[in-house]
Structures are given as C-alpha cells and as structure tokens.
Design a protein around this ligand. Structure first.
Ligand SMILES: [Zn+2]
Length: 87
C-alpha cells in the first residue's frame, strides 16, 4: 500500500535526507518514519524495534520524499521530538 498522506510540512525536512533503501526501510515512506520518530522522541521511548516500525510503514515513491532513508528520517524525527519535549 502506498502512503496517501499529504506530509507537506515534513516533506520539506525529509527532502534533504540521504537517499537510502536498505533493509526494512526499502521504499517505505520517509515522512511517515519521521512522524513516528518524532512521536517516540516526544515521550523519549526507549524500547524501540526499528525493524518492526519500518516494516509497518506504507510504501512511498512520491515526490521529494522518494527513496529518502527512513532510518535517517526516523532518527531525525526522534531527535526533534526530544528537543521539542524540553521546550
Ligand atoms: Zn507517509
């Protein structure tokens, strides 16, 4: 299934991430990965199974987020979520 979310704001962040299609993240929606990372970062989730998270994502071949590394997207989202949690 392909991701049908709009992701307008997140696509701006994700478009500058490296291209990466390794492992479970292959062809997955990087913007969805960012969103989940951000939510996990906000609550400082510590018991994370990234393979399972990436496996659960919808595919995306769309626009600026195409082929962007979901690993990079998740970790950047997590980082930004942690920073936000201290504001
Ligand atoms: Zn998505």
């Amino acid at each position: 299934m392909a991701c049908k979310k709009t992701h307008t704001a997140i696509d701006v962040i994700v478009k500058d991430l490296p291209i990466g299609q390794e492992g479970s993240g292959r062809h997955r929606c990087a913007s969805c990965a960012y969103e989940i990372g951000y939510e996990n970062g906000l609550v400082k989730a510590e018991n994370i199974n990234l393979e399972s998270i990436l496996d659960s994502l919808e595919d995306s071949q769309k626009g600026a987020r195409r082929h962007r590394s979901p690993h990079a997207a998740y970790s950047l989202g997590y980082y930004n979520g942690v920073i936000e949690s201290y504001k």
